[in-house]
Design a protein around this ligand. Structure first.
Ligand SMILES: Cc1cc2nc3c(=O)[nH]c(=O)nc-3n(C[C@H](O)[C@H](O)[C@H](O)COP(=O)(O)O)c2cc1C
Length: 188
């Protein structure tokens, strides 16, 4: 079937992460984000896309920092609580019942209960007419060692990292399942 070009986000799973940030006044913020991707596998940079009207973007501009938190299946309600539009002075950790986790390299706290935390500092902001692309460098990366080993990476069937499939009726939360096929180490 032929789809509308703007339905491109419905043809593949997208990650769901929580971006946590803090304003220069110390107000904590958390927001679900799907337009987030590591840039090329061996590098340390990530890319996020943001609409212009986002407290997250404002905080990133104020501090040059953000944390990518990877939530698990079961955290959907907390994720969606953060998707509500709060005014910038509202502490969204309190609103969504999130427990802060001190970060190592950045001032913004991470979120307890998530699977992994990528503390990022801004490298560059690319301004477009309607949105902004932010390139960040991961300054500190940690994962919950109940679900992660250095050799095998994330035990994702146990950890159940969240992703979404979009449709005209809304978002469907999912998490990855193993196909059983082992790819080995692909060349870049
Ligand atoms: C699953 C999901 C993914 C989202 N992905 C993005 C995204 O990639 N970029 C964006 O600008 N907004 C995205 N949003 C919308 C923001 O999370 C939402 O507008 C939030 O209220 C922004 O909060 P803030 O103003 O505190 O930053 C997403 C929302 C959901 C539920």
């Amino acid at each position: 079937m032929i789809l509308n070009p703007n339905q491109r986000s419905q043809i593949m799973p997208l990650p769901v992460v929580l971006l946590s940030t803090i304003s220069s006044d110390g107000v904590r913020n958390a927001a679900p984000w799907s337009c987030v991707i590591p840039i090329l596998r061996p590098l340390e940079e990530v890319l996020i896309a943001s609409w212009l009207k986002r407290d997250t973007l404002e905080n990133i501009r104020q501090t040059g920092e953000f944390v990518i938190n990877v939530p698990r299946a079961g955290m959907e309600e907390a994720v969606m609580a953060c998707a509500k539009s709060f005014s910038p002075e509202v502490d969204e950790f309190e609103e969504a019942g999130l427990v802060a986790r001190p970060s190592v390299k950045v001032s913004a706290p991470g979120i307890e209960g998530c699977l992994a935390w990528a503390e990022c500092t801004v490298v560059e902001e690319i301004a477009r007419e309607r949105y902004v692309l932010v390139i960040g460098r991961v300054a500190h990366l940690e994962a919950d060692d109940r679900f992660f080993s250095p050799e095998n990476g994330m035990d994702f069937e146990k950890a159940k990292p969240l992703c979404i499939m979009g449709s005209e009726r809304g978002m469907h939360f999912a998490s990855p399942a193993d196909t059983g096929y082992k790819g080995g180490s692909a060349r870049e």
